[in-house]
Every structure is written in C-alpha cells, then in structure tokens.
Design a protein around this ligand. Structure first.
Ligand code: HEC
Ligand code: HEC
Length: 270
C-alpha cells in the first residue's frame, strides 16, 4: 500500500459504497478471476523457466517435467510441425520427411538434447549452426557432388548393383554376383562408406542407415534408384528465431515422448 495516500483510499471507499450490491459482487468476482488468471500465468511461466534451467536429457526422464511439457509441446507441434511431419509425427516418404515416432534418427541418438539441437538450428537451414555436413550426391550427374568433385559418377548398372548389395545386407535374396559388384562400389569407387559407414549410417552427419528397412525417401526399387541417381538434401527449418526457448524445449520433449512412451527407458541408437 506504499504510495497510496489515506485520502485516496477514503475516496475509493466512498466510491465502492456508492455502487449497488450487484455491481460490487460482479466487480469482486472479476478481481478474483483476474488474480487467479495472473497467478496461473505466473505459475506457467515459472514452470517454463524451470524447464529451461535444467538439461533436456534430465527432464526427459522426469515424469513431472514431461507431464507439464508434452501437452504444451504437442500444441506447438500441431501448429508448426504437423504441416510437414504429419499430425502424429509419422512423416511422409514421398516428401522425404522422417517419422519422428520410430526411434530411428538421422542426427544423434534421439536424446532430448539431440532433438532440441535439430529443432533450434534445423537441417540445411539458413543458420550458422544448422546440420549441413553432407548431402546425398547425385551419382547420375557428371560431377555427382560439388563438395567433393573427385567422387566419380555411376552408371545405371552400377546403381542397380549397389542396391542389390544393400538389399543383401538387409537380409533379402538377391543376385549374388550383382551384390558382390555393388559391395565393391559401396566401399571403394562410390564412396558410400564415407557417409553411410558400413551401411548402418552415420548420425554425426545425417547419413541414413541403409540396411534397417526404414526409408526417409521410400524403399521401392525406383525410390532407392532415384535417391542414388539424383541425390537428396532434405530441409527442416531452424526454429531458434521463430519460437521462444520455452516452446522449443516443450516441443523437443514432446517429440522425444513420441518414441519413448516410458520416460525411464532413455534414448537408444538404431
Ligand atoms: C557425401 C556423403 C554421402 C555419400 C558419398 C553417399 N551418401 Fe547416400 N546419403 C547421404 C546423406 C546425407 C543422405 C540423406 C539426405 C537427406 O537427408 O536428405 C543420403 C541418402 C541416401 C539414400 C536415401 C536413404 C533413405 O533412407 O531414403 C540412399 C539410398 C543412399 N544415400 C545411398 C547411397 C549410396 C548407395 C552411396 C554410394 C554410391 C551413397 N549413398 C553415397 C550422404 C552420402
Ligand atoms: C517444411 C517442412 C518441415 C517443417 C515445418 C518441420 N520439419 Fe522437421 N524435418 C523436415 C525434413 C524434410 C526433415 C529431414 C531432413 C533431412 O533430410 O535430413 C526434418 C527433420 C527433423 C528432425 C530430425 C529427425 C532425425 O531423424 O534426426 C527433427 C527432430 C525435426 N525435423 C523436428 C521438427 C519440429 C519439432 C518441427 C516444428 C517445430 C519441424 N521439424 C518442422 C521437414 C520439416
């Protein structure tokens, strides 16, 4: 009450007693509702501030944090992410949008901190910290990969051989000779090994696993051929300049929850 003089309090009193009972009751109710709403607002922003104070990986194993964050993150997801990733986060192979619910990750191991990093800076987005270490070369072009012009092109026959090799690695019956030729291309001439490791991918540069039967751009013969012949370079926006840090944390924890129904399980690489 500092700064309010006795005189002005008396005036306020006279003014209030001049009002009808109904007006006073309604006024009191409005004040109670306003106080409750601002208290709720304060407690939400306090919970959000708390959420930002700790490590996302700790929060992802804390049921209370997850209970607060996931419904709020889901609202962010529906508004800003579902347009590409789908309402359930299941992605779309015809557009090269990954399934965020399958616990198979292009970048990192699916820890909440990995997810948050991708959400913050995006993939091949116009941001200094974005994931942009490698693209899929277009092996049908004369110079398949501008960043590494020494990588030579492949013929359609070579490409079919390398697909036979990948199919054999994921347990399918294939023409053994074609697979052998394809294996040599994979680890030598084609340089596939550099970015896809032994076929299980490289999550430090977003080189997908090619032998797990999970496909970013589809797993039909034609889709695989197109990936190898014409190249791929998917884009996910950077959200650091578009969403507040609290919302980014919430949506990252929500995405984490899609593949970790029981928070105690922790992340797993695939
Ligand atoms: C310079 C690194 C690099 C090299 C070399 C490379 N790839 Fe890739 N490849 C990638 C990246 C990165 C992606 C994912 C692109 C994206 O996310 O848009 C990819 C995607 C693919 C895909 C699509 C995967 C999916 O899940 O849909 C196939 C198939 C593939 N590569 C096969 C090959 C083969 C076969 C070779 C060798 C002939 C090869 N790649 C060489 C980096 C590379
Ligand atoms: C314009 C379409 C688009 C929008 C909008 C979008 N994404 Fe993406 N996102 C993609 C594509 C495409 C990829 C895969 C990029 C690649 O090929 O590497 C991706 C990749 C990701 C990945 C990496 C998955 C992995 O396996 O490592 C995460 C996490 C992700 N998005 C989260 C989000 C979230 C959260 C939002 C909303 C705040 C969002 N995205 C909005 C298109 C989009």
């Amino acid at each position: 009450m500092v700064g309010i003089s006795l005189g002005s309090l008396k005036k306020l009193g006279r003014w209030v007693s001049g009002l009808s009972v109904l007006t006073r009751t309604v006024g009191a109710l409005v004040i109670v509702v306003l106080i409750a709403a601002s208290a709720w607002g304060l407690s939400v922003s306090k919970a959000q501030a708390n959420l930002l104070r700790t490590d996302p990986d700790l929060e992802s194993t804390d049921p209370a944090s997850m209970k607060f964050a996931t419904p709020r993150g889901e609202a962010v997801f529906k508004k800003d992410c579902a347009v590409c990733h789908g309402a359930q986060g299941k992605g779309d192979v015809t557009r090269g949008v990954p399934d965020l619910a399958d616990n198979d990750w292009l970048y990192g191991v699916g820890a909440a901190s990995d997810i948050e990093t991708t959400v913050l800076y995006g993939i091949r987005a116009p941001n200094r910290k974005t994931w942009n270490l490698a693209d899929m070369p277009a092996f049908a072009r004369k110079i398949p990969y501008a960043r590494e012009p020494t990588i030579p092109p492949l013929t359609p026959g070579d490409i079919n051989d390398v697909i036979a090799f990948l199919d054999s690695q994921s347990g399918q019956k294939v023409d053994a000779e074609a697979a052998t030729r394809g294996g040599a291309i994979f680890s030598n001439r084609g340089g596939c090994y550099d970015c896809h490791g032994d076929g299980h991918g490289d999550s430090a540069i977003g080189g997908p696993n090619l032998v797990d039967n999970i496909w970013l751009f589809g797993g039909t013969q034609k889709q695989k051929f197109d990936s190898i012949a014409y190249g791929r370079a998917g884009y996910c926006p950077a959200w650091v300049t578009r969403l507040k840090p609290g919302k980014i944390r919430e949506v990252a924890l929500y995405v984490y929850s899609l593949s970790h129904q029981s928070p105690a399980k922790g992340p797993s690489a695939q």
